[in-house]
Design a protein around this ligand. Sequence first.
Ligand code: SAM
Length: 214
Amino acid sequence: MDPAVAFVRAHTRLRTTPFVPEVRLHVADDIGDLWERTAVSPREDCAPPFWAFPWAGGQAVARHVLDHPGLVAGRRVLDLASGSGLVAVAAVLAGATTVVANDVDPYAAAAVVLNAQANGVEVRVRLDDLLVGGLDEAYDVVLAGDVCYSRELAERVIPWLTAASERGALVLLGDPGRTYAPAHGYAVVATYDVPVAESLEDTGVKRTTILTPS
Ligand SMILES: C[S@@+](CC[C@H](N)C(=O)[O-])C[C@H]1O[C@@H](n2cnc3c(N)ncnc32)[C@H](O)[C@@H]1O
């Protein structure tokens, strides 16, 4: 078995996603403990194990496409910064023709594979950094959950999503009020109160909006 897949299996339990009970995910108990275990170098040089939790932004996007399947049904979908793959799995369940889950963390790729299997769906995984260029494959819909938590990522991802929209893709960004969320150029299409782990967010519910370039 791939070592990253074995690691994800060993350190998570399959659980129902609070706001998206249609999807079960391999979820960890404690982010700090898991972060220590994934760190092969000093912790500050190692990405947090985002893949081990369903973040508020991803839960909102997943809920939105499951409740509005017409947005993705019969269409080619990209889940950018997929983490656990929650949004990608939801897009398949909502009827997307093909779904690509992209992340730059190899553990996320492993989590997506396991979570797709757990939900009996097919998702293609890409591990390259798509933000380096524009959209290099044809996607009708680009979904992104919780990508505005760092200035560095937000400064790359927001213009990239805007450009994808200008090229004709439907772009939906799920954001729970993160510091670096777009301040202008995006419109709110839906708002959800999403249950989250208090150990991650210091609150049990995050008000989360679905944004689209306006
Ligand atoms: C907070 S998590 C959100 C995961 C998932 N979308 C959700 O909402 O549950 C952010 C994710 O962005 C990924 N990420 C960071 N930089 C990226 C990049 N340049 N391209 C793709 N994904 C990236 C991280 O590895 C992480 O999995």
